[in-house]
Write a protein that binds this ligand. Structure first.
Ligand SMILES: Nc1ncnc2c1ncn2[C@@H]1O[C@H](COP(=O)(O)OP(=O)(O)O)[C@@H](O)[C@H]1O
Ligand SMILES: [Mg+2]
Length: 344
């Protein structure tokens, strides 16, 4: 019975698309000149990114710092002006909405940030912080703020009496719980979790991930979960998209990605995770990346990973497209062709 219910949930997850990002581009112009400013270049923070997020699932978005993850997350919520492409939420094109229409829509879409120390206003009590979105959206007649704050504090595992206290009285993990309560106060459907555990002690990280997972089940939430390393997203994600220099280089079901990473960049991110078994750790082959991510102001031509890729060959002068290699596995790498043409 439980199994068939689970199966039903999986099937449901696979069908209904909540968020659809199509050919998203975000280029930040660089100007020169004092009196007459002239655009001389553009930082291609996000360049032709497309993906879907299904209702009830978690899509992990992973890549080193500066790859365009936060910019993508902000763009979905229309907190970031976009240069090109479309973002659909429940089939509605958000890029065409007026600011007032978008304000209403934003009730369904919230964001949790990396740093719970700077994301909470130190002058407000926890109760004021959590209930603020109700006031901004004129929802205080529908939800009694005091009751709603108690309910939410309990939901995120905090004592409802904490409503009277100030953020500085709390630890990082507790603050992140408060930030989660604030995001939930308007009953959203979708949350962009932008590295929500990166600033927390390792011992607290799993608790926050577990909380987010429990809340997802209980409230039927859909997440875009951003992280800079693949160990963090492993447990929470249904599918994972790996981003490098503004582009998605690999996207797949979680298990396929960890068992059979196809892009050398994904392989390198996996190599960075230590294995718990010391014998396997010693004997495994690792792909260690040299250097930093190149500047998105002047990215390498062709495949933009070629400057750090140990397998780069002639074909990499041409930009690879993100191509489907199996049912739910997409990769943008010319090695796929080479491997299949090499095989007998
Ligand atoms: N407002 C901005 N103006 C100019 N460049 C920006 C702005 N925001 C982000 N960038 C640049 O865009 C790139 C992607 O940034 P970001 O999305 O924050 O990456 P990530 O979240 O993956 O670390 C970086 O090179 C960053 O410097
Ligand atoms: Mg970021």
């Amino acid at each position: 019975m439980a199994l068939s219910q689970n199966q039903e949930k999986v099937n449901q997850k696979a069908t209904e698309i909540l968020v659809k990002v199509e050919q998203l581009k975000i280029h930040f112009p660089i100007f020169q000149g004092f009196i007459i400013q002239k655009q001389i270049a553009a930082i291609k923070a996000v360049d032709n990114v497309s993906f879907n997020i299904h209702k009830g699932e978690t899509l992990g978005l992973v890549g080193e710092s500066g790859c365009g993850k936060s910019t993508t997350g902000r763009a979905i919520l229309q907190l970031q002006e976009i240069t090109g492409g479309k973002v659909y939420f429940q089939d509605q094109d958000l890029t065409q909405l007026s600011p007032a229409e978008m304000r209403d829509r934003r009730l369904q879409m919230q964001m949790i940030f990396q740093d719970p120390y700077t994301s909470l206003n130190p002058r407000l009590t926890v109760g004021q912080i959590i209930s603020e979105p109700l006031k901004v959206h004129n929802l205080t007649s529908q939800h009694n703020p005091t009751e709603r704050v108690s309910e939410l504090l309990e939901l995120v595992g905090l004592n409802p009496q904490f409503a009277q206290r100030y953020p500085h009285e709390f630890s990082g993990g507790q603050r992140q719980r408060i930030a989660i309560a604030r995001a939930l106060v308007v009953n959203p459907d979708f949350i962009v979790c932008d590295e929500p555990i990166a600033a927390l002690d390792v011992s607290i990280q799993a608790q926050i991930v577990n909380l987010l997972q429990d809340l997802q089940q209980e409230l039927n939430l859909t997440y875009l979960f951003i992280a800079h390393d693949l160990s963090v997203v492993r447990h929470i994600s249904d599918r994972i998209a790996v981003m490098y220099l503004g582009k998605i280089v690999e996207m797949s079901d979680r298990n396929a990605l960890y068992k059979n990473p196809l892009h050398p960049y994904t392989q390198a991110l996996l190599s960075a995770i230590p294995l718990p078994d010391p014998d396997r750790e010693k004997s495994r082959s690792r792909l260690i990346l040299q250097g930093d991510v190149p500047s998105p102001l002047n990215p390498p031509s062709g495949c933009n990973f070629q400057t750090r890729c140990p397998y780069a060959f002639e074909a990499c002068q041409i930009e690879p497209e993100l191509r489907q290699v199996s049912e739910n596995h997409f990769v943008a790498c010319h090695l796929i062709d080479r491997e299949s043409s090499d095989s007998p």
